[in-house]
Design a protein. Structure first.
Length: 395
């Protein structure tokens, strides 16, 4: 299933870790916050939710290629089962979440791209009067186009996230969040990243939480020298009832290269927010700036700076319209002596859709999406048009 524009860029990145600079739907301090759903059925201690979805899309550049454009009609079928056992009372207790979603992608002409993708995640949380402990393990296997490469590639991601939070007082706390991300890209450059994020949190008001801290990380890159980094970060979260929810993290990153290349300093930030001015309108915004290894160019990293956003407006019951867009600049730097990095990319997308919700369970939408990448490397830029429909049913 093609996801909405607000998460499209995240799908095209090579890292899905719970990095504080990578906006996610779950904050580090709330490891298991689930979207509120009406349970389909009860199985022992679990509330079980089921979802079926399908889509049909025509894509005129299925590999996002500059030199080998291929078009096709693609069908997608997926099913998801989410089981949640919530035994929390007044913020204390345990929470266990199990999520699995297989997806079948079928191509009309290029059947060699047919694939069965998987997403699985297990998360657990224990919250006491002062100490909170959590663990999350995620696995994803997908075959999808990679913007940087300009091909459809088999990719695997393994994310392990731990969290430990201790309340020092009614308004202050300290948290330590170790994480491991393994990225495997078939035929190209993968990586393993170990890191620890630490924050001191202060609840300035019931709506505002301010944090100061930093990160220490080690990156092992396939067939390349490893890298180390340190970050100094400030974070602020603002929640005003159910209308506004914003989290912003900003600071600086010092990165060292084991190849002997001179170290580099990069300003970094992460931003995610949701604004609901009314029951009919929802606005979502994401922004980021961070450095990560190249998937295709040995001895090079790139600094990615960009944003995505979406506005969804209900026009007449049960109909709604959706408009999403995004932009990302990728500026490459050499991580080994003797390498000259000259590549620079400017990626942009826009997506428009019209849909309807029936009985609070069935959603159907038709959409059009346009993507374009302007690259300083002539063989890497591309344009792409997609048009199709998608539908889902929640039991």
């Amino acid at each position: 299933m093609v996801r909405a524009g607000v998460v499209l860029l995240a799908l095209l990145q090579s890292s899905w870790a719970a990095d504080p600079l990578v906006p996610t739907t779950v904050r580090p301090l709330e490891l298991l916050r689930q979207e509120e759903k009406v349970p389909t059925l009860l199985m022992g201690p679990f509330d079980v939710h089921l979802n079926l979805s399908a889509g049909l899309m025509h894509d005129d550049n299925i590999g996002l290629s500059a030199t080998n454009r291929q078009s096709d009609l693609i069908g997608t079928i997926s099913a998801e089962i989410l089981a949640v056992a919530d035994r929390q009372v007044a913020g204390q207790g345990t929470l266990l979440s199990l999520d699995y979603k297989p997806t079948i992608n079928l191509f009309t002409d290029h059947t060699n791209y047919d694939a069965l993708d998987h997403f699985a995640k297990v998360s657990a949380l224990w919250a006491g009067p002062k100490l909170t402990l959590g663990v999350s393990q995620e696995f994803q296997q997908l075959t999808a186009p990679v913007v940087e490469v300009g091909q459809r590639l088999r990719q695997r991601y393994y994310n392990t996230d731990l969290t430990a939070k201790y309340a020092l007082s009614d308004k202050t706390s300290v948290e330590v969040d170790p994480r491991l991300t393994v990225s495997e890209v078939e035929g190209f450059i993968g990586s393993k990243e170990w890191a620890v994020d630490t924050f001191f949190n202060w609840e300035a008001s019931p709506k505002i939480v301010a944090s100061a801290g930093g990160s220490f990380g080690y990156v092992d890159i396939d067939h390349n020298p490893s890298e180390h980094y340190e970050r100094a970060l400030l974070r602020a979260s603002y929640t005003a009832t159910a209308k506004l929810d914003v989290t912003a993290t900003a600071g600086g990153e010092w990165r060292q290269y084991d190849s002997g290349q001179a170290s580099a300093f990069v300003p970094v930030f992460g931003l995610s927010g949701t604004y609901r001015p009314s029951d009919r309108t929802k606005v979502t915004l994401e922004g980021h700036r961070r450095e990560q290894p190249s998937t295709i160019l040995s001895g090079q990293d790139f600094t990615a700076t960009g944003f995505t956003g979406e506005i969804r407006q209900q026009v007449l019951e049960p109909y709604f319209i959706s408009l999403a867009g995004g932009y990302e600049n990728r500026d490459y730097r050499a991580t080994q002596p003797g390498i000259v990095a000259t590549r620079r990319d400017d990626y942009a997308m826009v997506r428009a859709g019209v849909g309807a919700n029936f009985l609070h369970r069935w959603t159907i939408m038709v959409f059009y999406e346009y993507q374009r990448d302007l690259s300083s490397v002539n063989t890497q830029g591309f344009s792409d048009n997609q048009v199709g429909f998608e539908t889902s049913w929640t039991f």
